[in-house]
Write a new protein. Structure first.
Length: 116
């Protein structure tokens, strides 16, 4: 999904090198390995951020026995390409390139807060 979105914006070689920069430089190590260690760690961090910043949502998740990563894992895996409109995606990616992977948490918390 990320590569497809990049190909809408640039030529193949530029898309390849941009994707390479995302995977190797912007995201934490082991993000896209077969066992997804990096993204699992980010999901645990996200859960603790939700617990501290959105206590009502945390309570609802616990009451209904919902695992937050079932909702947000693909958001992180696709860097929101599968979730938001393309114009919004470009803005999110601008922020990602500017501020790094912490933007993933900020956007996710913002989206969850809107629905809280």
């Amino acid at each position: 999904m990320i590569a497809a979105s990049l190909l809408l914006l640039m030529e193949e070689e530029e898309a390849f090198w941009t994707l390479s920069a995302i995977v190797e430089d912007l995201l934490p190590a082991s993000y896209y390995t077969p066992n997804l260690i990096g993204i699992q760690a980010d999901q645990k961090v996200l859960r603790s951020l939700v617990a501290s910043g959105l206590p009502q949502l945390e309570l609802s998740l616990l009451q209904h026995d919902i695992e937050l990563s079932l909702i947000t894992l693909h958001w992180f895996l696709t860097l929101f390409a599968s979730v938001v409109h393309f114009k919004i995606l470009l803005r999110i990616w601008d922020l990602l390139f500017l501020d790094g992977s912490m933007v993933l948490f900020q956007i996710t918390l913002g989206m969850l807060k809107i629905k809280d």
